[in-house]
Design a protein around this ligand. Sequence first.
Ligand SMILES: [Zn+2]
Length: 90
Amino acid sequence: MWWIILVLILLLSLIMVYRITLRVGDKVRTAKVIKMSLHGKKTAKLNKQQCSFCRKRDKKLAFYSDEQGRVVGVCSVCRPQAERRALMRL
Ligand SMILES: [Zn+2]
C-alpha cells in the first residue's frame, strides 16, 4: 500500500511544479506585454507636445487660451508664467 502514497506524493509534487511553471510563464508573458506597452509609450513620447513658452517637451501640459485666443500648452515650469499673464485655463 505504501506505493500508493508515494505515487500520490509524486503526483502532487508534479501538479505543484506544473502550477509554478504556469505561473512563471504567465509572468514572462505579462513582462513581455509590459515591455511592449513601454515600447508603445516610447513612440508616444515622440508625439509629446511642446511647451509654448520654453519649447520643452512635456507629457503633462496645461492648456491656456492666450490674448489672441490661441491655445497654448504650458509645462509645469512655465505654468506660473502663464498664470501671471492671466491666461484663461482651458
Ligand atoms: Zn515650459
